[in-house]
Design a protein around this ligand. Structure first.
Ligand SMILES: [Zn+2]
Length: 223
């Protein structure tokens, strides 16, 4: 606990001494500027993933990889705020489609949770930060944040350490529990930083559908 408090103070001091510069072009005042984000390598076809998953950038783009790394492991929370407009743009057509097709107004935004011990260690959940920023900039008034809807009950091994598809599915099986029945019959968009094989999102979607969510889609920064 004290370590994480000192870590927070230390980061605050560093942020004051060394303000934000764009990760791409080093321009002042932003963690990643719009011009660098616009030139990021976009995913044009996501054939290798299920249709309900909508990744934005290619994880092979070195800048995107760096950006996600900094957001996840280097306490660069500002990145969530700076990238939110891009993620929101990717979310908008989905919101419109869901509302047109089903007539519902409210869409629940659910960030993929971290296991409690991992969140405690990191001090935050990057997907939760991003989801909060999306609600902040939402102009439709249709998005409702639901942070506690999903609970991560099992700590998974990082994908890179598991080999076959079967192993990955076994690794993620039972990872989530639905925390509340509030989302029954609702339309949900899951938010995550990176989708690799889609097994984690698939597992989260499965448990939500089992508790009678109407539809579950996902938007991720990269694939
Ligand atoms: Zn830039």
């Amino acid at each position: 606990m004290y370590i994480s408090m000192y870590k927070k103070i230390y980061t605050k001091i560093l942020d004051t001494l060394f303000p934000e510069y764009c990760l791409g072009c080093r321009s002042f005042g932003t963690s990643i500027c719009m011009s660098c984000l616009s030139s990021g390598d976009r995913i044009l076809s996501q054939d290798s993933l299920p249709e309900y998953i909508n990744p934005i950038y290619s994880y092979k783009d070195p800048l995107i990889k760096k950006l996600i790394w900094q957001l996840k492991y280097k306490n660069k929370k500002q990145i969530a705020k700076d990238i939110a407009p891009i993620v929101y743009d990717a979310l908008l057509p989905l919101i419109t489609d869901l509302q047109t097709l089903s007539g519902v107004q409210v869409i629940y935004v659910v960030p993929i949770p971290l296991h409690i011990s991992r969140k405690r260690h990191r001090g935050y959940n990057q997907s939760e930060l991003l989801a909060k920023e999306l609600i902040e900039i939402d102009k439709t008034g249709s998005l409702v944040l639901s942070i506690d809807a999903l609970l991560r009950t099992k700590k998974s091994t990082p994908n890179a350490k598991t080999h076959s598809k079967r192993e990955r599915i076994q690794n993620t099986r039972g990872s989530f529990e639905v925390n509340s029945k509030l989302l029954a019959h609702s339309h949900i968009v899951l938010i995550d930083d990176v989708v690799t094989t889609g097994t984690t999102l698939g597992e989260a979607r499965k448990v939500l559908l089992q508790t009678s969510a109407h539809s579950v889609h996902a938007v991720t920064i990269a694939h």
